[in-house]
Design a protein around this ligand. Structure first.
Ligand code: GLA
Length: 355
């Protein structure tokens, strides 16, 4: 692995970073124009930039120990470079001239754990470009550009939650986000609570294909109900007349939006924990994005005396689970649960709080 000093020689011109996200409540609601409550991870991705004088973009990822270099008017080869190139192209679309740059990327965010390392990379890159080129872009504009970079250059048809969280959330609060209006507010965590995140170690293999399938099912459910998106359904019983699987998919989205709104209205940790448990059951039974390993991890977490509630977090099919714990008890709960879960052959590890 190369150090930034070795890579740049004279040192970078600008430096920026962005966190990953862990979503506490409101899963698979963003592409249905709904509500969610993510917060930022303590782990961050850092991007350093310097100008290049040879007409080539050159990017180095310290996490992957991988380097790409390509002519500035050409496409990046497949891989991590696509995320950075996507951000550069989005900035160019805003009318800015982006000179050839050298980028150094490093991160302590676990890759593939469902904590949105890609959104962290996009937002860190866009922040670095904003600094380098003095771009008049606010944090919401940056998030929307990051989302477009992901959709168009990394070919993941995601919603807006991850990039909004990477751009606007912090570790001490949850970001209440309305995906339709992009209105957002930082709310305190429930009283006397803190967040625990365990990466199950199970790779998110089906995440891409099933994600697109669920999106299409939701769009079809909205069409059948005659609404612009499932966010417009406020009365849960309305979905009961839909044919399967649309009935259950819509029931998840409609009930999940109500859970977020309820969690914001009455903020106690016990209720919040119950809503997390209901969210997991809904993701498992109605939305069908859980897997037995995540169900087992959530069951172990939920049985712990310091845990108010637990659920899978992110798209599902593997990756991480989040639990809301009594304050000052999250690390101990993680230390208790991880070995119990790993006794059945898994390779889970605690990612929040930091060891
Ligand atoms: C992924 C997507 C997000 C969101 C979640 C599910 O993280 O990138 O936009 O849809 O899944 O809530």
């Amino acid at each position: 692995m190369m150090t930034p000093e070795a890579y740049f020689g004279t040192g970078p011109v600008v430096m920026a970073s962005a966190p990953g996200r862990v979503n506490l409540l409101g899963e698979h609601t963003d592409y249905n124009d709904g509500y969610m409550l993510p917060c930022a991870t303590p782990q961050r991705t850092q991007v350093m930039l310097a100008l290049a004088d040879d007409g080539h973009h050159a990017f180095y990822s310290a996490s992957l120990d991988e380097q790409v270099r390509f002519e500035a008017d050409q496409a990046a080869p497949p891989g991590f470079g696509r995320y950075l190139e996507g951000c550069i192209r989005l900035v160019e679309e805003q009318g800015a001239d982006v000179p050839a740059v050298r980028a150094y990327v490093c991160s302590d965010l676990p890759l593939g754990a469902g904590l949105s390392s890609s959104a962290a990379l996009e937002i860190a890159t866009l922040r670095a470009l904003r600094l380098l080129l003095h771009l008049p872009l606010d944090d919401v504009a940056l998030a929307l550009m990051g989302q477009q970079a992901e959709i168009r250059y990394a070919q993941v048809n995601c919603g807006v939650m991850d990039q909004m969280a990477a751009s606007l959330a912090d570790e001490q609060h949850m970001l209440l986000l309305d995906a339709r209006t992009l209105q957002h507010a930082l709310l305190d965590l429930p009283n006397d609570s803190e967040v625990l995140v365990i990466d199950s170690g199970v790779a998110r293999t089906l995440a891409g294909s099933k994600y697109n399938e669920r999106r299409a099912e939701c769009e079809q459910a909205a069409r059948l109900l005659g609404v612009a998106s499932l966010r417009d359904v406020l009365e849960p019983s309305v979905v009961e007349g839909l044919p399967e699987p649309y009935r259950r998919r819509a029931r998840h989205v409609v009930s999940e939006n109500l859970r977020v709104l309820q969690a914001c209205a009455q903020h106690g940790p016990a209720l919040f924990g119950q809503l997390m448990a209901q969210s997991h059951a809904s993701l498992r039974d109605d939305y069908e994005v859980s897997i037995p390993a995540l169900d087992a991890l959530v069951a172990l977490l939920s049985a712990h005396s310091a845990v108010y509630g637990a659920r899978l977090t992110g798209a599902g099919f593997g990756g991480a689970c989040v639990a809301l714990c009594r304050k000052h008890c999250a690390a101990k709960a993680g230390q208790d649960v991880v070995p119990r879960f790993n006794a059945s052959g898994h390779k889970a590890r605690m990612v929040v709080p930091l060891a």
